[in-house]
Write a protein that binds this ligand. Sequence first.
Ligand code: CO
Length: 210
Amino acid sequence: MQTPSKLLLENKAWSENIKSKDPEFFLSLAKEQRPETLWIGCADSRVPAETVVNAQPGEIFVHRNIANQVITTDFNCLSVLQYAISVLKVKHVIVCGHYGCGGVQAALQPQKADLVIANKWLLHIKDVYRLHQEELETIDPRKKTDRLIELNIIEQVYRLAHTSIIQSSWKHGHRPSLHGWVYGLQDGLLNELITLDHKTEISPIYRYAE
Ligand code: CO
């Protein structure tokens, strides 16, 4: 049972364990963070960013939401992105989705009355479906959800590339590289779907002219 009091006890044990191996660990980490990677992932409890890549505190700057979306009017995600690029100067941005994503599965269903807010968030995934409708409606129906999960990840990487934040950083600093990864709940493995970098040609209607 993961009660809050059990979690607090676990936290004490975790902290003690780390300090027993490295007494300076928290003191040096408290001074500053220097992560090289921004991770934009799904809020799903089964895909914890640091755990699946075996990372330590301080190594990954994390933003998670339902179905790992980059909505270009979402100040939460954009603020994280801007801080990561301008202040932390991360070298890589990873959008990580996962097979079996409940958000993408829900987006394939009619809107539910008890989820009026979440429905609006999922409308963006329905748009990804409409963008790739021809492919999604001609493939094996059993593969439809998995393919939409992949296409959704790829679309978020393009949305990142379409922001002024990324294009300006590409122009002036040749970073970050953008990566779309999909995680398998069945095997715990990550697979690469797409990589974009400062050499990527941006379609003229999305280009940011400074
Ligand atoms: Co998910």
